[in-house]
Design a protein around this ligand. Structure first.
Ligand SMILES: Cc1cc2nc3c(=O)[nH]c(=O)nc-3n(C[C@H](O)[C@H](O)[C@H](O)COP(=O)(O)OP(=O)(O)OC[C@H]3O[C@@H](n4cnc5c(N)ncnc54)[C@H](O)[C@@H]3O)c2cc1C
Length: 458
């Protein structure tokens, strides 16, 4: 961790501290039925479900379970697909009802997992709101609501007051299922459940190679080898580190979240945020805002940075990105413009080439999934457990069939759009629209407002 005057920049997450009981690495050669690689949401959900089926499973994690995006995200449990829903509707119109069934089931699955495992992660079933900051965005939320409703989603539209969201937003659409939580606590709870189960968990065991032959799969770590009948790859943004991974399965991107200092309850109360729903703006690259149980606001994204290549580095957020986020906060919450940012962190997410979660196999014995696209809190977890069901029963569950890839042949379009230039252009277009909308708003009010900026490191 490094600190500046006001803000702590961490290479892990602001939600929780790393565990103090990290498990020893694999230092022997062993065999198992199924080896799961990656101790994130997908990997732990897969391993736990395999254990419930009575399958002998080994879980290999390079650092400690919960080290990845799972503990670092905004904690907004979404029930709609990630990405641009209008685009998804263009590309997958016929499949939309099945996609919505999957994404809503995913949110419900995580809610019931939290309850069944008794995980204290400050979960609040508030739903999440696609919140508009301009008339243009309001029109977009209306079009999206229409698409989602037609596909069977549970959504409701309204003004800011009707949705119980802060006065700085115009209104929008709430996904009724899902809510907000402390994701670090969720991952800690899943880790405890995995350690208490029959799963053999090895942390500090980075998988460096995976080789298939006619007797099974060999998985190499620096100090030990696992021979497994089947393997599940669940490393999200890191998936491209091995030759065995299908090409262009995942485009790794760095995204940033920050948390304010604690805010007096009466100041939070004055915002009009009565529903406590998490918020997602409708920019090309979204801003997200949410309340926490510690009277702070966590917010983030707005800029996405493409990875330069593998291996993905351990890193801090860029102070320039944190400054940009602070500017946005002051604009969306003018009464809180004097509030300081206490901490900043970030993480690697994997964007798929289809904009949808994907899952499939390489040969018969290596399963992979990538369910991130910024909505993996629900979807990576659910799809992980469906993959376990498929391995244990030999039957592909319907929701898994919806995103199943028979032949991994992922296109180049998304990786190109999400290139450095494309991401910069999207950010610039968002700022231009913000500027135009700000001027229009001020013209309507008859004066010019310049938000005071948050207290930030120099
Ligand atoms: C800042 C941020 C904000 C986000 N906000 C949201 C949100 O609000 N809502 C939402 O739904 N989603 C959000 N996401 C996305 C969500 O966190 C991810 O989709 C989800 O965590 C993916 O889960 P996963 O298990 O696939 O991957 P991860 O949680 O990243 O886990 C992968 C694991 O694999 C391990 N690993 C990697 N390489 C190896 C190797 N070679 N050997 C062994 N282990 C390895 C890693 O250490 C890690 O523990 C956000 C992500 C970030 C980074």
């Amino acid at each position: 961790m490094s600190t500046t005057a006001n803000t702590t920049y961490t290479t892990f997450t602001g939600w929780v501290d790393p565990p103090t009981d990290i498990r020893p690495p694999l230092t022997e050669n062993l065999t198992c039925s199924v080896a799961v690689i990656g101790g994130g949401l997908a990997g732990m959900a897969t391993a736990l479900r395999l254990a419930q089926h009575g399958v002998d499973a080994v879980l290999l994690e390079s650092e400690f379970c919960g080290h990845g995006a799972g503990s670092r995200n905004a904690g907004q449990l979404a029930s709609a697909p990630g990405g641009d829903i209008q685009l998804l509707n263009l590309l997958y119109r016929k499949q939309m009802p099945a996609i919505i069934r999957l994404t809503e089931n995913a949110a419900c699955h995580v809610e019931s997992m939290i309850e069944t495992l008794g995980i204290d992660c400050d979960y609040e079933a508030t739903g999440n709101v696609f919140a508009a900051v301009s008339r243009g965005q309001l029109g977009r939320t209306r079009r999206i609501a229409k698409i989602l409703r037609r596909a069977g989603a549970h959504v409701e539209e309204g003004t800011a007051r009707e949705l119980g969201i802060p006065h700085g937003f115009l209104g929008g659409m709430r996904e009724i299922n899902g809510g907000i939580m402390n994701p670090g606590k969720l991952l800690r709870g899943l880790r405890s459940a995995a350690l208490a189960s029959t799963v053999r968990v090895f942390e500090q065991s980075k998988v460096v190679d995976i080789v298939r032959d006619n007797r099974g799969v060999t998985i190499e770590t620096p100090r030990g080898v696992v021979r497994a009948e089947k393997v599940v790859l669940a490393t999200n943004a890191y998936a491209g580190e091995w030759d065995i991974t299908p090409k262009r399965l995942s485009s790794p991107m760095w995204v940033t979240e920050v948390e304010t200092e604690p805010i007096a309850p009466e100041r939070l109360g004055a915002l009009g945020w009565t529903s406590r729903s998490g918020l997602i703006t409708q920019h090309n690259i979204m801003e997200n805002y949410r309340l926490t149980s510690r009277n702070t606001i966590v917010f983030g994204v707005r800029r996405i940075e493409r990875a330069a290549g593998y291996p993905l580095p351990e890193r801090h957020p860029d102070p320039a990105v944190v400054t940009d986020l602070a500017r946005a906060f002051a604009r969306r919450f003018p009464p809180l413009a004097d509030v300081a940012i206490d901490r900043a962190w970030g993480g690697w997410i994997g964007i798929t080439s289809t904009w949808l979660p994907v899952a499939g196999t390489v040969g018969d014995d290596v399963s992979y999934s990538l369910a991130c696209n910024g909505h993996g809190l629900a979807q990576a977890t659910y799809i992980g457990s469906l993959i376990a069901d498929r391995i244990a029963t030999g039957i592909t569950p319907d929701d898994l069939r919806t995103i199943w890839v028979d032949e991994p042949n992922f296109g180049r379009a998304v990786p190109m759009i999400m290139g450095r230039l494309g991401l910069r252009a999207a950010w610039a277009a968002d700022r231009f629209n913000d500027m135009i909308n700000g001027s229009k708003r001020n013209a309507r009010k008859g004066f010019a407002t310049v938000p005071r900026s948050l207290r930030l490191p120099a």
